[in-house]
Write a protein that binds this ligand. Structure first.
Ligand code: AHR
Length: 502
C-alpha cells in the first residue's frame, strides 16, 4: 500500500535555525593538512587554502564550522597555534597519536571561514580536558577583544587587527568519555563548565555557550550526566551537546537504515532531561540542543585498524577515511530528516567531519577533490531546508528491524520556505521495494511541481572514488505529479528524495 503524508499549514514544528547545517574541522588525520590546507597544491591560494575544497564546501552549504576538535581539543594549547608559523612548536597529539605541527592554527582557520563567505560562522571548542577557566578567557580575549590589552594587541601584532568575533563556544568535548584526555565526572565537569561560562560572560554577556552532553545515548551515564551538568550550569549556558555515529553493526543493514529512530529518541530524551532540570529550578528558560557531531562512521573498522597498526606519531596520517555508499547517503539523509523534525529544539548541528575524515568531501594530496555520496543529501537539505518545518503526519507501511522493532518504511519531513515553496524530504527504507507516496497538501498553497530528485542506485554499495568520482549523483525522477492538492510519487527502493513544490 501507499505511504501517506499530510501537510497542514497550521501544524508546524518551528523555524529552521540555519546552523542546523554545520560541519566540523578537527586536527585529525587529513582533515586540515592536505584537506582544507595544502600549500603548493595547484588550486591553493597564497595562504595555502585549497581552492577546489573551498568551492565544494561552499556548494555543500555549510553554515557553521566547529573547530579544532573533537578529542584533539582536550590537549589543545591555543597559544601554539598563533603567531609566526616558523616559531610554532610541534606537539604530541594524544587523541590521535599524531604529531601536530601547528602550521595551521586559529588565524588560518578564521581566514578559511572568511574565504567561504559571510554565511559560515565559527564554533570554537575550548580545552576543558587538560586546561581550564584561565586559558578559556585568555583565548576569548585574544580572539575577541578589540585592542589595548596584552592579548588583543598580540593578535594585532600577529596580523589580525580586527577581532575574530567568535560568538559560539563549546565548553570542552565529550567530557563524559573515558577516552577523553582529562575525562571528568559529571559533578567535576558541571562545576568547571559553569565557572568557565561565568568567567566568559564577565568578558561578554552575549557569548553563546554549549555544555557537553553525552557522547551517545548508550553511555552508561546518559541522562544523569545531562541532569547533573545542567543543575550546575543551567543559567549560564545556552545549549547542551549530543553526539551520535551510526554504522551497520554485524551487517544488520535493516536496523542501520532505521538509525534515525535512535537519533530521534536521543533528542527527545535530552529535551525531556533539560526540561526536567528547568522545572526543578523553576526556570522559564529553555536549553536548546547542539547536535554537534553526527554522521555515519564505520567506527568498528577504524578501531580495528588502530589496534592492529599502532601509529608512531605521524603527521597528518590517513585516519577514518570512510568511503560512503548509496546506503550510507540514504541513512545520512534520514538523519537530516530527524534533525529537521526536531528543529524546535535542535538549533545547531555539525556533520562530523568536513574533509577526508568521515567526510562528505575527499581529497588526494596534490590531486583532485571529489564529493562522496553523502555530500548530496546534505547539500540539498541545506539549500532547500530553510524556513518553517511542518509537523507532517505519516501513515506508512512498516518493516521489522532487530534493533528498533517495527519501523515505518517512509521517513519524511517538509519545509516551507519564506517564498512559499514547499520541499518534501523523504527516505524509502525498503531495500527491495518501491514505495508509492501520496501527500495531501491541506491549504498549503503550492499547485505546481518544481521537481523530484532522488539518490538511489541499482547497486546500494556504489560509491564515488578517486578513480570514479562521479559514479553516484542524484537523478531527476519522472512521473511525479501534483493535482487537486495531492502530490503523487513513487520512491525507489533505498532512496533519498527531494520533492519541490511552488
Ligand atoms: O569525529 C571524530 C571523533 O569522534 C571526535 O574527535 C570525538 O569528539 C568523537 O568521539
Amino acid at each position: 500500500r501507499a505511504a501517506r503524508l499530510t501537510l497542514d499549514p497550521a501544524f508546524t514544528v518551528g523555524r529552521v535555525d540555519p546552523r542546523l547545517y554545520g560541519s566540523f574541522v578537527e586536527h585529525l588525520g587529513r582533515c586540515v593538512y592536505t584537506g582544507i590546507f595544502e600549500p603548493g597544491h595547484p588550486t591553493a591560494d597564497e595562504a595555502g587554502l585549497r581552492g577546489d575544497v573551498l568551492a565544494l564546501v561552499r556548494e555543500l552549504g555549510v553554515t557553521v564550522i566547529r573547530y579544532p576538535g573533537g578529542n584533539f581539543v582536550s590537549g589543545y594549547r591555543w597559544e601554539d597555534s598563533v603567531g609566526p608559523v616558523d616559531e610554532r612548536p610541534r606537539r604530541l597529539d594524544l587523541a590521535w597519536r599524531s604529531t601536530e605541527t601547528n602550521r595551521f592554527g586559529l588565524a588560518e582557520f578564521m581566514a578559511f571561514l572568511r574565504k567561504l563567505g559571510p554565511d559560515a560562522e565559527p564554533m570554537m571548542a575550548l580545552n576543558l580536558g587538560t586546561r581550564g577557566v584561565g586559558e578559556a578567557i585568555e583565548l576569548q580575549e585574544y580572539a575577541n577583544h578589540p585592542s589595548g590589552t596584552a592579548l588583543s594587541d598580540l593578535r594585532a601584532a600577529h596580523g589580525d587587527k580586527d577581532p575574530f568575533g567568535i560568538r559560539l563556544w563549546c565548553l570542552g568535548n565529550e567530557m563524559d568519555g573515558p577516552w577523553q584526555t582529562g575525562h571528568k565526572t559529571a559533578e567535576e565537569y558541571g562545576r568547571l563548565a559553569a565557572e568557565t561560562a561565568r568567567a566568559m560572560r564577565q568578558i561578554d554577556r552575549d557569548v553563546e555557550l554549549v555544555a557537553c552532553g553525552s557522547s551517545g545515548q548508550s553511555m552508561e551515564t546518559f541522562a544523569a550526566w545531562e541532569a547533573t551538568v545542567l543543575t550546575e550550569a543551567y543559567d549560564v549556558v545556552d545549549h547542551i551537546s549530543l553526539h551520535a555515529y551510526y554504522e551497520p553493526a554485524d551487517g544488520d543493514v535493516d536496523s542501520f537504515l532505521a538509525s534515525a529512530v535512535d537519533m530521534e529518541s536521543f533528542i527527545e530524551n535530552v529535551v525531556a532531561t533539560c526540561d526536567h532540570v528547568g522545572a526543578k529550578l523553576k526556570s522559564s528558560k529553555k536549553i536548546n540542543l547542539s547536535f554537534d557531531e553526527w554522521n555515519v562512521w564505520y567506527m568498528t573498522t577504524s578501531q580495528e585498524e588502530a589496534e592492529s597498526n599502532p601509529l608512531d606519531w605521524p603527521e597528518a596520517p590517513r585516519l577514518l577515511e570512510d568511503s560512503y555508499t548509496v546506503t550510507d547517503a540514504v541513512v545520512l539523509g534520514s538523519l537530516l530528516i530527524a534533525l529537521l523534525r526536531h528543529a524546535d529544539r535542535v538549533k545547531i548541528a555539525c556533520l562530523a567531519q568536513l574533509v577526508n575524515v568521515i567526510a562528505p568531501v575527499m581529497t588526494e594530496p596534490g590531486g583532485p577533490a571529489w564529493k562522496q555520496t553523502t555530500f548530496f543529501p546534505f547539500a540539498e537539505a541545506s539549500r532547500y531546508g530553510r524556513g518553517e518545518v511542518l509537523d507532517v503526519r505519516v501513515d506508512s507501511p512498516s518493516y521489522t528491524t532487530k534493533k528498533y522493532g517495527e519501523v515505518p518504511l517512509l521517513h519524511a519531513t517538509a519545509v516551507r520556505g519564506d517564498d512559499g515553496t514547499v520541499t518534501v524530504f523523504a527516505v524509502n527504507r525498503s531495500r527491495t521495494d518501491e514505495l508509492p507516496l501520496e501527500v495531501a497538501l491541506r491549504d498549503l498553497g503550492p499547485s505546481e511541481l518544481i521537481g523530484h530528485s532522488a539518490l538511489a542506485d541499482a547497486d546500494p554499495n556504489a560509491r564515488n572514488t578517486l578513480d570514479d568520482p562521479e559514479r553516484v549523483t542524484p537523478h531527476e525522477v519522472i512521473g511525479t505529479s501534483l493535482a487537486d492538492g495531492t502530490l503523487k510519487a513513487v520512491l525507489e527502493p533505498l532512496s533519498w528524495n527531494v520533492i519541490r513544490l511552488r
